[in-house]
Write a protein that binds this ligand. Structure first.
Ligand code: ZN
Length: 381
C-alpha cells in the first residue's frame, strides 16, 4: 500500500539536529561498538526465544485452566493474576518487539509473531503499526502530532490542551476511567482510528477492504476465545465468565494506562511546542530523551515483563534494537547524557505512578501560571 505523511502536519517540523551533533555521534558510536561485541547482533537472542516459549505456554495453560476447569476461589484468583501478568508481558515484550522488527533477524518471522500475538491479545496489529511506529515514536509529546495525546473528550493530558470546567475533577474520575482503557480502545478507538484519524495524519491512505474484514473477524475471534469458549466449557454462567474477564482486563488496563501514560506524561517530562514555522529548537535525539522516563531499566524482572517500556528512553532512541539489550544501552545513554549535560530521567515504578497522578492533578487546575510553566517545558533542567 502506498501512502505519504500529511505535509501540513509533519513535514514542516524541523528538529535542530546540528545542535547535539557531538552527543548523537558519540551515543551512536558507543552503541555500535556495544553491538559489535554482541554475538546475537541487535535482534533477540536465545533468551528472547525462551521468553516467547515461556509466555505463550503460560498464556495457553492459564487460559485452559480458566476456560475448561473449575477451581477454588483462591486458585482462580491466582490463575487470573498469572494470566494478567503474562498478558502484559506478551503485549510489552513479544508483540511490541516483533512489531518493531527487533525480535528476529527475519522480517517475515517478526511480522508473523507480531500479527499472531497482538490479534490474540485483542490489539489490531495493522492499526497499531501506523499509530505507534509511524506517529507516536517520531512525534512523542508534540501536541497536534503525537496520536497518543490526541485531544481527549474527558481528560486533559497536556498543558497545551484547552481547559474545561470538568477537568477540575479529572484526578478523581481518571481513576475510574483508566480501568476501561482496553475496552475503550477495543470497542471505540480502534474503529475511530481506522476510519478517521489516520486520514488526518496520512495522505492517499486507502485501507484494502480485506483489512476491515480482518479487523472485525479478529475482534470477534478474540471475544470468542476470551468469553465464548469459557462460557460453553467452564461450567460457569455467561455472567460469571464476563465478570471474570472484565476483572482481568480492568486490572491490566489500570496497570498499562498508568505505566504507559506515566512514562511520557508526568511532572518530569517535557512537551515540545514547535514554532509557527515548525521549528523545534532541539535535536530529534534530545527530543526523545526529554520526553521519556525510565523505571528500573536495568532490572531483569522488569525487563522480562515490561520489555522496552521500563527502558523507554533506549526504546525511543533505538526501537529497532531488541529490548534484551536495553539495560546495556541505558548505561551508555545515562553516561553519555551526563557527559553532555542532557537530562536523562529515571524513577522507581511507584514514583512514576505518583508523578503521573500529580500531573493529572496539576492539569486539573485552570492556572495560567502552571500552563505557562508546563508549556515552557517543565522538567528541562
Ligand atoms: Zn515502541
Amino acid at each position: 500500500m502506498s501512502y505519504q505523511v500529511n505535509d501540513e502536519i509533519f513535514s514542516r517540523l524541523k528538529f535542530d539536529n546540528e545542535k547535539d551533533r557531538a552527543f548523537s555521534s558519540e551515543l551512536k558510536s558507543k552503541v555500535t561498538t556495544y553491538l559489535k561485541n554482541q554475538s546475537n547482533s541487535s535482534k533477540g537472542s536465545a533468551l528472547s526465544i525462551l521468553k516467547l516459549i515461556v509466555l505463550y505456554s503460560s498464556f495457553i495453560m492459564c487460559w485452559y485452566q480458566l476456560a475448561f476447569l473449575q477451581h477454588s476461589l483462591l486458585s482462580t484468583i491466582l490463575i487470573m493474576a498469572i494470566f494478567s501478568l503474562t498478558y502484559i508481558a506478551m503485549a510489552f515484550t513479544i508483540g511490541h518487539d516483533a512489531g518493531h522488527n527487533s525480535m528476529f533477524k527475519s522480517q517475515k518471522i517478526n511480522n508473523f509473531v507480531f500479527w499472531i500475538t497482538y490479534n490474540l491479545l485483542g490489539i489490531p496489529p495493522y492499526i497499531w503499526r501506523f499509530t505507534h511506529n509511524h506517529i507516536h515514536h517520531h512525534y512523542v509529546n508534540i501536541p497536534g502530532h503525537d496520536i497518543d495525546i490526541e485531544k481527549n473528550p474527558v481528560l486533559r493530558l497536556t498543558p497545551l490542551a484547552d481547559f474545561e470546567f470538568y477537568h477540575r475533577y479529572q484526578w478523581i474520575y481518571a481513576l475510574f476511567l483508566y480501568p476501561f482503557f482496553f475496552f475503550n480502545k477495543f470497542f471505540a478507538n480502534d474503529f475511530r482510528t481506522y476510519y478517521g484519524i489516520e486520514k488526518r495524519y496520512f495522505k492517499n491512505i486507502k485501507h484494502p477492504f480485506y483489512r476491515s474484514l480482518e479487523h472485525v473477524f479478529f475482534k470477534l475471534l478474540y471475544l470468542s476465545i476470551m468469553v465464548g469458549i469459557p462460557t460453553l466449557f467452564s461450567g460457569y454462567s455467561f455472567t460469571q465468565v464476563l465478570l471474570g474477564y472484565c476483572a482481568i482486563m480492568m486490572t491490566i488496563s489500570f496497570f498499562i494506562a498508568f505505566t504507559l501514560a506515566g512514562s511520557h506524561l508526568n511532572l518530569d517530562v517535557s512537551f515540545i511546542k514547535p514554532t509557527k514555522e515548525g521549528h523545534v529548537s532541539i535535536s530529534s535525539m534530545e527530543h526523545q530523551i526529554i520526553t521519556c522516563i525510565d523505571f528500573h531499566p536495568e532490572s531483569f524482572i522488569c525487563g522480562f515483563i515490561c520489555g522496552g517500556i521500563n527502558a523507554h528512553t533506549a526504546h525511543h532512541l533505538f526501537p529497532s534494537i531488541n529490548s534484551i539489550h536495553y539495560p546495556a544501552l541505558t548505561r551508555i545513554i545515562r553516561e553519555t547524557c551526563f557527559t553532555h549535560g542532557i537530562a536523562y530521567k529515571e524513577k522507581n515504578i511507584f514514583s512514576l505512578w505518583i508523578s503521573h497522578y500529580k500531573y493529572l492533578i496539576l492539569l486539573s487546575r485552570d492556572s495560567k501560571r502552571q500552563e505557562a510553566l508546563l508549556a515552557a517545558g517543565l522538567g528541562q533542567k
